[in-house]
Design a protein around this ligand. Structure first.
Ligand SMILES: [Zn+2]
Length: 60
């Protein structure tokens, strides 16, 4: 995987870090371990998928 651009996803209720990762055009649900709220997270649009890093091998 090498140098991937991970984004931090945080709970909107208590700002705890839920996970780090890259979501593209997807949607997940995750339960916050701290406040037990079910958080719905939507991935970024495909348009924004184009990696901003010049050296990224996933760059289209
Ligand atoms: Zn929370």
């Amino acid at each position: 995987m090498g140098k991937l651009y991970y984004q931090e996803y945080r709970c909107p209720h208590d700002n705890k870090l839920l996970f780090k990762g890259v979501l593209v055009d997807s949607e997940i649900q995750i339960k916050c371990r701290h406040c037990k709220n079910l958080i719905k997270i939507q991935g970024i649009d495909k348009e924004e998928m184009v990696c901003k890093k010049i050296s990224c091998p996933n760059r289209v």
